[in-house]
Design a protein around this ligand. Structure first.
Ligand SMILES: Nc1ncnc2c1ncn2[C@@H]1O[C@H](COP(=O)(O)OP(=O)(O)OP(=O)(O)O)[C@@H](O)[C@H]1O
Ligand SMILES: C[C@@](O)(CCOP(=O)(O)O)CC(=O)O
Length: 522
């Protein structure tokens, strides 16, 4: 879009529901993050009018990350996107995720509009820039290079969309779901740019009431992500990128079966991907974190291999069906109760803001075990509303601890490190800090990350915030190398259209490496 429209899609954290969410009998509690992927689409203004339609895609945060494609519109249902050498050193590198996103989104647009309309929209070619917030990639090297301690303050000082200094395959990812956010952002930008969905498709949000345009973006993003990954996962990460925080229940993979072959040139996409196709049976139920709390995330430098964890857990589940069912049912009950309790806290805050504010302020200075120890609060009838808020926070604490215990059981039974002892020690240390509500290992677990939910009382001096106490624990924690991420929960619900100039550092990042608006292919 001339003028610099761009589409941002958030990352995700699966607070609860790892493994369970792969089965549509269960759900996952997923939070979308303030860290986003952005796609900026501009005309390429290719020199020769006779040249084939060109699309150039660049990721200026990486070395050798520029890909050039020719688009062939061979017939009413034949859109071919061909990867070609881009004059530079990137000739040999492919990007399957980007290539498939272009290929399938253009094909869908051709079905929805017409080949002629598509040809017109692509007449000048497309110059696409993809940028991810720093959080998606480990910033350890950047902090070390600038001699900065690993704190939230230091992260805030790094330039936005910092260069990672490496090639894409060599980057250390932090687990926020870079590929799902990237695919969602890219296909949404293309659908809008090509007029395949209305311009206001992303202006209102909320799962059940989402526009058909948003639902179409969801369906094609799920499809492309599955194709690129070579498997149909639960899709919670794409759903979070599209719809925002939610209680997610997966779609039946059968819906995508007709399109999962390599050559589908004779199979129309829209009948399968249309929001009106009843086989899309995913459910998005409302979820958000309570006011005056904050999600904290840390990247623990000891990666684990998610696919191998998942394979082993599913194998154990199959071999021990009855025991696994009891465990899965128990965990799902706890996960749903956690989601309900956190939503109840939002409702209590709305009903009685004063009592809520006081409760958060009070428990922010005390360890969770002591939250109702004060007889003044426990027995005083003037404090009923305050006490009710504190009780919900205690429920949230107990539920998250129970979930951890049951996930440890899952790990022990399946013999995989879902919450290994090293992570248990770290989480116990963090959760015992005053003002911390609960925490756990996100997603599939393993050694690589933790999440915490902490009180964030309004008007408290920064140094006295629970988050600052947690940061001190992280920065001095000897047994593991713990680095904070900047991300918090995103207040916006899912993918949205933004104004280029309003996202700090985005314009500069797009212009980096000599690729200003109107630049021809290099
Ligand atoms: N900035 C980017 N520009 C272009 N492609 C990217 C970018 N970031 C990621 N990708 C694509 O996504 C692929 C990585 O996907 P993969 O599924 O391995 O990661 P992921 O599981 O989403 O990672 P994480 O959850 O840790 O962020 C890369 O190989 C590349 O094709
Ligand atoms: C194990 C699983 O349920 C969650 C994996 O999540 P993550 O990639 O660890 O955030 C797999 C999935 O849902 O696709």
């Amino acid at each position: 879009m001339a003028g610099g429209g761009k589409r941002g899609a958030p990352g995700k954290v699966l607070l609860a529901g790892g493994y369970l969410v792969l089965d549509n009998a269960y759900s996952g509690v997923v939070v979308s993050t303030s860290s986003r992927f952005y796609t900026v689409v501009r005309p390429l203004l290719a020199d020769s009018p006779d040249a084939p339609i060109q699309i150039r895609v660049r990721s200026p945060q990486f070395q050798d990350a520029s890909w050039l494609y020719f688009v062939h519109l061979d017939g009413p249902h034949t859109v071919r996107v061909e990867h070609v050498a881009d004059n530079g050193s990137s000739a040999a590198t492919k990007n399957k995720f980007v290539h498939l996103a272009l290929q399938r989104t253009l094909a869908l647009a051709a079905e929805l509009k017409s080949v002629g309309t598509l040809q017109n929209s692509l007449a000048y070619g497309l110059d696409i820039t993809i940028l991810g917030d720093n959080d998606f990639y480990s910033q350890r090297a950047q902090l070390a290079a600038q001699n900065l301690p690993r704190t939230l303050d230091s992260l805030a000082k790094l330039p936005p969309f910092a260069h990672t200094g490496v090639r894409l395959p060599d980057v250390h990812k932090t687990g926020l779901g870079s590929s799902a956010a990237l695919i969602t952002s890219l296909v949404s930008a293309l659908l809008l740019h090509l007029g395949a969905i209305p311009r206001d498709a992303f202006s209102s949000a909320d799962g059940a009431t989402a526009s058909d345009g948003r639902k179409l973006a969801h369906n094609i993003a799920q499809y492309v992500h599955c194709l690129a990954q070579g498997k149909v996962g639960s899709g919670f990460d794409v759903s979070a990128a599209v719809f925002g925080s939610q209680l997610y229940t997966r779609f039946d993979p059968a819906v995508l079966e007709p399109l999962m072959k390599d050559d589908i040139s004779d199979v129309p996409l829209h009948p399968v991907l249309a929001p009106s196709n009843p086989k899309w049976d995913y459910r998005v139920e409302p979820f958000k974190l309570p006011p005056q709390t904050r999600l904290m995330l840390a990247d623990v430098d000891a990666g684990s291999d998610t696919p191998s964890l998942v394979g082993k857990v599913l194998k154990w589940r199959q071999a021990h069906a009855a025991e696994a069912k009891a465990l899965w049912d128990r965990i799902d009950g706890l996960n749903r109760a956690l989601s309900r309790t956190l939503l109840e806290l939002s409702a209590k805050a709305a009903r009685n803001p004063e009592a809520y504010r006081k409760a958060v302020k009070y428990i922010s200075t005390i360890q969770s075990v002591q939250w109702l120890a004060n007889p003044n609060i426990a027995d005083n009838e003037h404090h009923i509303a305050l006490k009710q808020v504190i009780e919900s926070f205690i429920d949230a604490h107990n539920l998250s601890q129970d979930i951890r215990a049951n996930m440890r059981t899952m790990g022990e039974r399946a013999d995989v490190p879902i919450e290994p002892p090293e992570q248990t020690a770290l989480l116990d240390a963090c959760i015992s800090v005053a003002g911390v509500i609960g925490g756990g290992v996100p997603g599939a677990g393993g050694y690589d990350a933790i999440w915490l939910l902490v009180c964030d009382p309004a008007g408290c001096p920064p140094a006295e915030l629970p988050a600052s106490r947690v940061e001190r624990v992280w920065s001095t924690y000897a047994p593991l190398d713990v680095a904070p991420l900047l991300a918090a929960e995103s207040a916006e619900r899912g993918v949205r259209v933004e104004v280029l100039e309003e996202v700090r550092g985005l314009q500069e990042a797009v212009d980096r490496e000599g690729a200003g608006a109107g630049a021809g292919p290099r």
